[in-house]
Design a protein around this ligand. Structure first.
Ligand code: HEC
Ligand code: HEC
Length: 437
């Protein structure tokens, strides 16, 4: 029988069709979770105005979070002339101070990247590949620089090299030495003028922050050091997993949008509107009261129109799950029982938010720590940290100032403060549970 015989041809066709069907089945099976997700999304009718609005806000908010400078180049480039320093910085130095490079923005770049060539830094800035820092070019020259939210609240997955990879929006950049970066600027006179000190003092304060820290309250109350002489700068928190959480920042300044408006105007020096009469209290916020920072207005307002989508995007960012094999599941299960029961953690860290559904702040004495940072905030309290994705920001330690280097040290603290009488094995179970979140 030759292939030309009709029976043989039918057989060949049937076999080919079966193979194709099997291949499609394999692809679908391998893709099963995503397939199911798509079907769920497909259940939203295309004419559902709310769903389309949510999708549009997500995309707009992501654009703002990653790429918007809010006009802050007038400050970082115009006033501090930070771009003059960045033009001479090698990519190696940029990575060493914790700046991250978006590998997706490198597409089409040919040849190896020379990490010792400042011209490469300029090319990275031109491509908006340096996360959180936007270069403005005139002709071929770097003429100014502005900053973006992603600077402190994004990292990368290091898939190309340490510090170079895909964006991870919302992750706290605990490598970033904000103080060292600002100190690169040829002048810090605008900070000196605001704080009423000399430039050398400003530079000493910036140098004292160290990686993963920033002091948003410095330009409000002028306090740079704690009574024990250590820096008053706090750790950069993640900006993921915030949906459902009432008050934000370590000390509960307000909702996400309150803080977004404060940061965009008062910290990033974007050009918008920020109103908060609590900052008129000259005894507590002398710098802010003098400069009337709680009554910031700029025309045109380049921040307020961005707030709704920026808020929606942040609430959409999920906390990352723990890497496979990073914790002991049986111990974590025992730890969960302790967390929600005898160890009393769940009285404040209510699952699955892991903060209070309600007014989520506490007096310093309730958690057994000093009042310094709480006293720098309007409500004089500490906010119950939402605990999901803790593993992703272990660098720099835990609590607002990183006073506990490990989760074990956090558990030891609560054991002593709350008089829990946990055994070493129970403490380890709690740690494994915290790692599993
Ligand atoms: C220079 C670094 C830096 C930049 C830039 C920055 N942040 Fe932050 N962010 C911080 C630090 C530090 C805190 C903690 C402040 C505190 O508690 O005193 C914080 C806190 C937050 C929080 C509260 C998180 C929580 O757990 O409640 C949110 C939300 C946030 N930032 C969003 C943003 C957005 C949106 C932008 C851009 C408009 C931005 N940040 C820009 C450093 C930064
Ligand atoms: C009285 C309320 C309360 C109780 C009870 C409590 N916590 Fe906390 N927790 C807080 C507050 C408030 C903070 C923020 C402290 C700060 O910012 O310095 C916090 C912070 C933390 C952090 C650090 C989070 C970070 O991002 O650095 C961990 C981990 C933690 N708690 C775990 C626990 C465990 C485990 C227990 C039980 C043994 C527990 N907590 C009991 C209120 C509480």
């Amino acid at each position: 029988m030759s292939l030309r015989s009709p029976a043989r041809r039918r057989l060949a066709f049937a076999v080919a069709a079966l193979c194709a069907a099997a291949a499609v089945f394999q692809v679908v099976a391998a893709d099963a979770p995503r397939w199911r997700e798509r079907k769920d999304l497909g259940a939203i009718p295309l004419d559902d105005a709310a769903a389309r609005h949510a999708a549009r806000q997500f995309l707009e908010g992501r654009q703002t979070f990653r790429h918007d400078t809010f006009g802050s180049e007038a400050f970082w480039g115009g006033a501090l002339r930070l771009h003059e320093a960045l033009a001479t910085v090698t990519p190696r130095t940029a990575l060493a101070v914790g700046l991250k490079v978006d590998a997706d923005a490198l597409a089409g770049l040919t040849g190896p990247i020379d990490l010792d060539d400042p011209a490469v830094t300029a090319e990275l800035l031109r491509r908006d590949a340096v996360i959180g820092v936007k270069g403005f070019f005139e002709g071929g020259r770097l003429a100014s620089v502005g900053i973006q939210c992603a600077l402190c609240h994004s990292t990368v997955d290091d898939r190309v090299a340490p510090g170079i990879g895909r964006r991870r929006d919302g992750w706290a950049n605990r490598d970033l030495d904000v103080g060292a970066i600002i100190n690169l600027a040829p002048t810090v006179a605008p900070f000196a003028d605001l704080l009423g000190v000399d430039e050398a003092t400003v530079r000493a304060v910036l140098a004292s922050w160290g990686p993963g820290r920033f002091d948003a309250t410095l330009t409000l109350d002028g306090k740079a050091f704690r009574p024990d002489g250590k820096t008053a700068a706090v750790l950069i928190p993640p900006a993921f997993g915030l949906a459902g959480v009432n008050l934000h920042t370590w000390t509960g300044w307000g909702g996400v949008s309150h803080w977004n408006a404060l940061v965009a105007n008062v910290e990033m020096h974007g050009q918008g509107t920020f109103l908060d009469a609590r900052l008129d209290d000259a005894a507590r916020f002398p710098v802010a009261a003098r400069a009337r920072l709680g009554h910031t207005r700029n025309t045109p307002d380049r921040v307020t129109p961005k707030l709704p989508a920026l808020h929606a995007y942040q609430l959409a960012l999920p906390a990352p799950g723990p890497p496979p094999g990073s914790f002991d599941a049986a111990a974590a299960a025992r730890g969960r029982t302790l967390f929600e029961g005898r160890a009393q953690c769940g009285t404040c860290h209510v699952p699955p938010l892991y903060t209070e559904p309600g007014w989520n702040v506490h007096l310093p004495a309730e958690i057994g720590i000093d009042a310094f940072q709480a006293e720098r905030s309007p409500d004089r309290r500490y906010r119950t940290s939402p605990l999901k994705g803790l593993w992703s920001h272990a660098k720099g330690g835990f609590y607002h100032d990183g006073r506990f280097a490990t989760l074990g040290a956090v558990v030891d603290h609560y054991d002593a403060h709350l008089g829990l009488g946990l055994t070493p094995a129970e403490k380890e179970d709690l740690v494994q549970f915290l790692k599993s979140l």
